[in-house]
Ligand binder design. Structure first.
Ligand code: GUN
Length: 281
């Protein structure tokens, strides 16, 4: 069996550290606003988990719901209200949005100091320039998990499959900061299995259950599975776990691997935004 990289344990620790910092600092509690457009069932589940996690950490969570047919203008108006609200430290707009609403326009409208998803162009720029900012939660969780588990990154070859703004691209920037040599692969990449097999670290973030099979891996490799899809057989990752487990050195399970870290680092980003707003270091 490979080593199992269980994010659940690290996530629990990050969440209790956030709760402790909130308690210790006292005063006005941190506030997180979540904008939810429509009633996508997966988004409903994520948002409910985020709210519950906030409550446990002493963060006030505010849900702003809009109808499925809400206009882009109405979403942008909610964003400006929240930008101006001093009780709100973090704002996130749950994705995916209906096709009529531009996720990049919404991200660019959020005050960069409240952008806990790290999608505002200023935060994206800070990440690539190696400066301070608020950065996307899932890739932050992945890098923290790899550090925690002692996976060597300096000089390692990392292949990331998937070039989304929320996972693949920011993770590429973060691994570059850790001195990895990064290849960002995607659906047009030629001979993906051969490319993947050369990696020391393989990250799958494509949202296609079981996409990464035995032809993508080699002994000694660490595999991070970001995918989580609901299938008839239950929750499945992007990696065919049973087919690669005998070969690889270490792998994140699904569920219980990367998933729990996203919410933990959302709380951590909210704490950071709150501290900065109150000038606590
Ligand atoms: N939908 C799925 N994951 C995420 C996330 O990390 N942030 C937002 N805003 N929406 C999501």
């Amino acid at each position: 069996m490979p080593k199992l990289l269980k994010g659940r344990e690290l996530a629990g620790r990050v969440r209790s550290d956030v709760a402790e910092s909130v308690l210790r600092a006292g005063g006005r509690p941190p506030g997180l606003a979540v904008i939810l457009v429509g009633q996508d069932p997966a988004s409903e589940t994520y948002v409910a988990s985020k709210q519950k996690a906030c409550e446990k950490a002493g963060i006030v969570s505010v849900l702003r719901r809009l109808d499925t047919d809400a206009s882009e203008g109405s979403v942008l108006r909610v964003v400006s209200e929240l930008n101006a609200d001093d009780s709100i430290d973090g704002i996130l707009c749950q994705l995916p949005l209906p096709p009529r609403i531009s996720p990049s326009k919404v991200a660019a409208a959020i005050d960069p100091d409240k952008d806990v998803d790290g999608l505002h162009p200023v935060n994206v720029g800070c990440l690539w320039r190696g400066e301070q900012g608020l950065f996307p939660c899932t890739p932050r969780g992945i890098v923290a998990l790899l550090a925690e588990e002692g996976v060597p990154l300096d000089g390692a070859s990392a292949v990331i499959i998937g070039r989304s703004n929320i996972v693949g691209k920011p993770l590429a920037a973060m691994l570059l900061r850790e001195n990895c040599t990064v290849t960002l692969a995607h659906s047009h990449t030629r001979d993906l299995p051969a490319l993947s097999r050369k990696a020391d670290l393989l990250v799958a973030a494509v949202g296609r259950p079981g996409f990464v099979g035995p032809s993508f891996v080699r002994p000694g490799m660490t595999v991070v599975d970001v995918g989580i899809s609901r299938t008839e057989e239950g929750l499945r990752g992007d990696v065919d776990f049973d087919a690669v487990a005998d070969t690889v050195e270490a792998i994140t399970p699904v569920p219980g691997g990367v998933g729990p870290l996203t919410i933990a680092f959302l709380l951590a980003n909210t704490l950071t935004a709150w501290k900065r707003a109150r000038q606590i270091s």
